[in-house]
Design a protein around this ligand. Sequence first.
Ligand code: ATP
Length: 636
Amino acid sequence: MIQTFLRVKKAPPQSEDDDASQTYGFVTILNDDDVVLVSPEDSHAFRVSKSKTSEKTSFSKVFSPTCSQWDVFASICAPLLSQSLFHMNDALLFTLGVSGAGKTYTLFGPQSHPGVVYLALDALFYNIRGREASFPVVESLRSKLDKSKVLEGSKYLKHDSPHPIQLPPPDAYASLFPQKPDPSFQYAIYLCFPEIYNDRIFDLLEKPSFFGHRHALSLKKSSSSDKKSVAGIQKVFLANPQEAFQLVHKVLQLRKSTSTKANSVSSRSHLVVSIELFRLQSAKNHIESCQLDLVDLAGSERTRSAETSGLLLREGASINKSLLTLGQCLEALRRKHDGRQHIIPFRQSKLTELLFHSGHLSGTAKTCMLVNIDPLGSFDENAQVMRYSANAREIIPSQSPSYTDNFMSPSLNHSASQSKSISSEAIQVQNEQLLRENDCLRQLLADADAEMVNLEYQIREQMTREMEERVSQVEQTFLNRMLEETAQGIEYTDQKIEKMGEWVRRLQQGNKEKDECITHLEGIIEQLQEENNDEQKPALQDTSNLHYIDNNRRSSRKLHYEDKQAIEEAHNLHTKRKLWPEPTLLQSSETDEEEGKPETNPKKKSPSPLKPLSPSRRPPLAKMYSQTGDVDINQL
Ligand SMILES: Nc1ncnc2c1ncn2[C@@H]1O[C@H](COP(=O)(O)OP(=O)(O)OP(=O)(O)O)[C@@H](O)[C@H]1O
């Protein structure tokens, strides 16, 4: 029978669990073997049944949150070690639970509370002390059995610093292992670390490539037995416990882990710490081995609670799939124990393939399963793991070491029986058996379908969430761009308005100056008229002169109303001014010439030349025109 144990995770110090009542979150520990899980109101189970449900589950032993790492080691691992040391039996211990329930903690733990792996290695070295075989001796015999590449611990770890841990005193082991191993043998311990990541097997001791890649390895039949082992995996020979601790610590750094909402250091792969114990008599050329596998399974996780996406989601799906296959294999083994022939779907995942091919679960290996639950975590997820473990509890491993027998299909059984004389009774029995088998297969299929639907729902939900996130990101990007462009547009328009304002100001300034210029010109004209009236009356009688003055007045007024025309007029004025030279300003003969009307009346007395304007009047006008740049009045 597979022994199943339960460890209830220790609550954080601030929680108010009452130790006396033995109730921790939704878990109540009834005694050393039984626990009851009561569904809280926020659980799915409560919503479905509309009331509190309680499920009682039995285990070989229940470890309460107050139990120490040593308690777990002493109850579960020490008996497995004894089996290996004294009977050279294979053994398997695997931890199971939701993410964050304490599986890695139980197997490895912190330096102050080393876990089962460290304690097991320490205990093994304690037991073989004084009887360790040297590396060359053990290699000379071992290499005949197994061709895998072997590294010597002291050389492999020479650049790594020691990993000190708080170990129990040696006499603690003395009480656990009163019996001593056979003194006529020498012993050697090797370690290897297969890691199952995304349904592929990798060697954690292999140096990754520049891009961090390792080669995926396959399972091959070993030459010494009918078991299969990981082909090409490297093994390390360990001379003392310190080397072993250092190596385990180093490997844990290489293992794939990441932070999820469920656990800050969540394992993304299943890690097998495979301890190979050799027992040899070099004089007799005799060597034998057994394997103790301590497996830290990655935790099952629901996408929603772990809040994973992308690669993490894929990893989570792969972890869940392999755990589901393990569950189906355990279920099939249990039904087989009921007397019903069953196909065990162990080839559907690398994890189960490795466990079944290496002889665990299927052969005589002693197997223990440790279920970790978190009483403050999700009730539904933890309850699911508990139900799963109930299947394993009823499994009694086959006494036949040949695991292939266990997976013989019904049709093969059928053909085998055909060789015997077939009585109608035998056919009927077989028919019943096949019908039962059919029922089981249907059940398996229905389970797998349900799980597929569940997985599909989770993946769709995740994809929708990711899509929504992307759409909102794109929307945000567009919005930002629009705001940026609007701001740029506003700035550009502001600059334009400012420039136009400047032009308007300059135009107004120009108009003002032109007004003043016109006023000034009118003043000059009036003055000239007065002077003409007073001093040169004959000249004033000349109509051409008056025309000229009128023309000038009109053009000056136009300047007053239209900017553009005013500028043109100013230019006209400028042109006309050329015909109006300064020294003889308002000389009638020249004015006539300008108007294209040369003097025709010789009798007409030519007016005396007018005096030029006094210079004191001219500078402001010149200045004004020179400022606007339209007309150079200096020449007026
Ligand atoms: N018995 C315990 N006592 C104290 N702390 C614990 C105990 N069990 C678990 N923890 C703490 O809970 C956290 C999660 O534990 P752990 O990493 O072992 O979970 P896990 O089951 O291995 O999760 P995952 O499957 O995601 O790797 C860790 O910080 C660990 O120290």
